[in-house]
Design a binder for this molecule. Structure first.
Ligand code: C2E
Ligand code: MG
Ligand code: MG
Ligand code: MG
Length: 286
């Protein structure tokens, strides 16, 4: 929104004008209290499938409503949350809040809706607590574990990281899904997919930018999809912004799509509305 743009601009200006250090320190300090001050909320970006796109799931994305700087985007604060370690506690809040919303949507009849949310590697510091809260939330809400997808940034995945591999196994043991996020952004290793089974791959937005105009990228994308299909890995293409990209992706059976062309991240109330608009198998493009 315009307001958010302005606030962010102000923040950047504040950061640039002289006192950058103080401002970052202020944010770092404030980060400790975001939960008790109720300054966090989740928005949800729908994920679509098909020619008459239907919502198959939503991705939970964090927003920080800062009293002085306004609504901040994760690109500005996730690093701070990680550095200060509060991401451990906040990650658990995201888990609980997200699953409680999913449970509400399931109870209103949309039982096949999935929920994705992001997991920072820093959260491995406290993954046992995370797993305990996950088990508790699953038990309390009774949502199907397979409707939950935990996203890990692909470039942060190392197959030599025993702790991460153990975490992934624990998640999959519960029938909860693991997604590799931002796939293709860094130096992607396809052999990694062979070394460790993952349930979902999200193809990074940067990858979509030249689609379908650049033949090489288009062929590469098609090839990756074929490979992932054969490995039984679900594919979500991120950052779909225009009709040409959408039309191109429709040639890839089963692919799911997420991007501003369909919908920006929206409030839970707006998700509820969108879902009820779609009832009776009607398609809705927003
Ligand atoms: P991500 O997980 O890759 O999420 C997708 C980001 O791309 C979101 O930005 C979304 O708003 C944006 N996006 C979606 N469609 C489009 C499009 O068509 N065009 C463009 N230009 N952008 C699009 P957002 O919400 O600012 O989040 C940025 C990143 O912050 C996320 O990237 C994620 O890695 C991280 N993040 C957000 N929420 C959380 C959280 O709860 N925990 C952790 N650890 N990280 C989070
Ligand atoms: Mg994500
Ligand atoms: Mg992510
Ligand atoms: Mg992503």
């Amino acid at each position: 929104s315009k307001a958010r743009g302005k606030n962010q601009l102000t923040l950047y200006q504040d950061l640039l004008v002289g006192s950058a250090f103080t401002k970052v320190e202020t944010l770092k300090k404030d980060a400790q209290f975001v939960l008790e001050n109720n300054q966090l909320h989740l928005v949800f970006q729908p994920i679509f499938k098909g020619e008459n796109p239907l919502i198959t799931g939503v991705e939970a994305l964090l927003r920080w409503n800062h009293p002085k700087f306004g609504s901040l985007s994760p690109d500005l604060f996730i690093d701070l949350f990680e550095e200060t370690g509060v991401i451990n506690e906040i990650g658990i809040w995201v888990l609980k809040e997200g699953i409680s919303k999913l449970s509400m949507w399931h109870r209103s009849g949309h039982r096949s809706l999935s929920l994705s949310f992001n997991f920072s590697k820093t959260q491995l510091q406290s993954y046992q607590a995370f797993l305990d809260e996950l088990d508790k939330a699953l038990k309390e809400t009774n949502v199907a574990p397979s409707s939950i997808i935990i996203e890990i940034t692909e470039s942060e995945v190392s197959y030599y990281d025993n702790e991460l591999m153990h975490f992934i196994k624990e998640i999959q043991k519960r029938n909860v899904k693991i997604a590799f996020d931002d796939f293709g952004k860094g130096s992607t290793s396809l052999s990694g997919l062979r070394k460790h089974p993952v349930d979902v791959v999200k193809i990074d937005r940067s990858f979509m930018e030249s689609i379908p105009f650049e033949n090489f990228n288009a062929s590469l994308l098609t090839g990756i999809c074929t490979l992932l299909n054969q490995l039984n890995i679900e594919i979500i293409a991120e950052g779909i912004e225009n009709e040409a990209q959408f039309k191109f992706l429709l040639n890839h059976p089963g692919i799911k799509m997420q991007g501003y062309y369909f919908s920006k991240p929206i409030t839970p109330e707006a998700v509820t509305e969108l879902l009820s608009d779609m009832e009776g198998n009607q398609s809705k493009l927003v």
